[in-house]
Design a protein around this ligand. Structure first.
Ligand code: ACO
Length: 429
């Protein structure tokens, strides 16, 4: 499925008296890598790369991104075109199966998902059992993992692809419904029913708010979901692949991806952006003071929604989302003082040498939270929205990993603990 070409070039590494040669490989966008998989066998050495900043963990044909040029493409199609011209379900099909669906394929895929818009009733009991302090991401991850109990056949790692496809559809149907039910539980609302006559985003929003939703809102949600569909080997996608590499079932793998996404340095950043903007507003709205805090190395505060591991010029998703934020706020006639603070922070940070030198720009999360807030989605649900958008990417990454037959993920380490020492019996401690 994902192919690499071996070039005639080799890379040499000198380690004392030994010289080790490695093949140089290239991807379809001419990005080059050194295949060091034989290093340990040939020399006894391993490489150390904390945070995998320079390490490819797999080959993949799903998403191409160039952080320097601000390019993001899924299966060759630009994110700008997809966000402008496609539906979320179309993009989901594209990333999972590799090609845009024909009309018939799309209709069949959509109908398949619509068969699974209502999760098992036991999931409602489970969600109700959480104390009010439960975070929606923890509840979502638990509920998704629990689904294996209703579909135990998913534990068979070797079942045929058409049976796995049912799990993809179930997840795509159930995840937004469970998300809406989490909102219902947390807001003391009755559990809502799905409406299969509605489009994916509209059904989800209606299940959450239990009322009709304006077309401008549906269109904004569709765009936001598309912008989050996949982002190659990020923390949560790598987690899904890592868990899946042990042949754990897809529900468990996606549940683990949700947990990885939860963290404030990843998907949790959109919640943290709004909390930060509200804190700045409550503190008098002085953007300069908070920028100074972000630059102060003795202060743990970071400008949330700024910076990205890969994008070092601009995040193409942030551009699209910034425009969408303006459109939806104008459309709904919303004036949000928090948005004004966001704009002031952005323009000051972009003009500040600290951020320029470190190539720190607004990322997708800087604006997504502003839209979610305008649509009445509570802050704690923001990362859940991200998870709904990212689900097709996680499924695609898991599927590709299994089809490519990737080995179990098992990094090495450099041990820094004690040398051997004698056990000391309890009476002598
Ligand atoms: N505010 C202030 N300083 C920052 C920020 C920030 N948001 N981000 C990075 N820096 C600084 C670091 O302190 C460091 O400075 P130094 O070189 O003087 O030590 C330098 O920029 C490089 O930062 P790293 O943390 O090494 O960059 P890394 O690539 O590891 O981290 C990350 C990227 C995690 C996204 C980081 O920029 C960050 O924490 N941003 C805020 C959280 C956020 O918005 N996360 C969402 C990411 S997008 C997504 O997951 C969808």
């Amino acid at each position: 499925m994902s192919q690499i070409a071996e070039l005639n070039e080799t890379a040499e590494l000198k380690l004392g008296d030994i010289t080790v040669e490695f093949p140089v490989i290239t991807g379809s966008e001419n990005e080059k890598g050194i295949d060091i998989s034989s290093l340990r066998g040939k020399s006894g050495y391993i490489t150390l790369d904390l945070g995998y900043k320079n390490t490819g963990s797999c080959t993949s044909a799903i998403t191409f991104l160039d952080g320097e040029l601000g390019i993001l493409r899924h299966r060759g199609y630009s994110i700008e075109d997809l966000a402008d011209k496609a539906s979320f379900i179309e993009v989901a099909f594209l990333v999972i199966y590799g090609e845009l669906p024909t009309k018939d394929q799309l209709a069949e895929f959509e109908a398949g998902i619509k068969e699974y818009l209502m999760p098992p009733a036991g999931i409602q009991q489970m969600l109700k059992a959480f104390p009010s302090t439960g975070h929606p991401m923890g509840m979502l991850s638990s509920a998704i993992c629990a689904l294996h109990a209703w579909y135990p056949e998913s534990l068979n790692a070797y079942r045929p692809e058409d049976q796995k496809a049912l799990t993809y559809r179930r997840l795509l149907g159930f995840l937004p419904a469970i998300s809406a039910w989490i909102y219902c539980v947390q807001n003391g609302q009755d559990f809502t029913k799905a409406d299969a006559s509605l489009d994916y985003s509209e059904n989800f929003m209606k299940m959450m708010f239990n009322k009709d939703v304006a077309p401008a809102v549906v269109s904004a949600i569709n765009k936001l979901l598309i912008l989050h569909v996949d982002h190659e080997q990020n923390c949560s996608a790598s987690t899904v692949r890592m868990v899946g590499s042990s042949h754990a079932n897809l529900y468990a793998s996606i549940s683990a991806g949700i947990d990885a996404l939860w963290g404030p340095l990843h998907g949790g950043a959109n919640q943290k952006v709004i909390e930060m903007l509200e804190a700045i507003k409550a503190d008098g709205g002085d953007a300069d003071k908070w920028l100074a805090k972000a630059k102060d190395k003795d202060d743990p505060f970071r400008l949330m929604g700024f910076g990205h591991r890969v994008y070092k010029n601009f995040d193409p998703r942030a551009r699209i989302i910034k425009k969408a934020a303006d459109e939806v706020l104008n459309n709904l006639g919303i004036v949000d003082p928090v948005l004004e603070i966001a704009k002031a922070l952005e323009s000051k940070a972009l003009a500040d040498p600290y951020f320029a030198e470190r190539k720190l720009y607004p990322n997708v999360d800087f604006y997504s939270g502003i839209i979610y807030r305008a649509l009445g989605i509570p802050t704690e649900m923001f990362t859940v929205m991200f998870a709904i958008g990212r689900l097709p990417g996680w499924i695609a990454q898991w599927r590709e990993m299994r089809i490519d037959g990737d080995p179990i993920g098992r990094p090495r380490q450099i041990y820094t603990g004690y040398p051997p020492r004698d056990f000391v019996a309890m009476e002598n401690r």
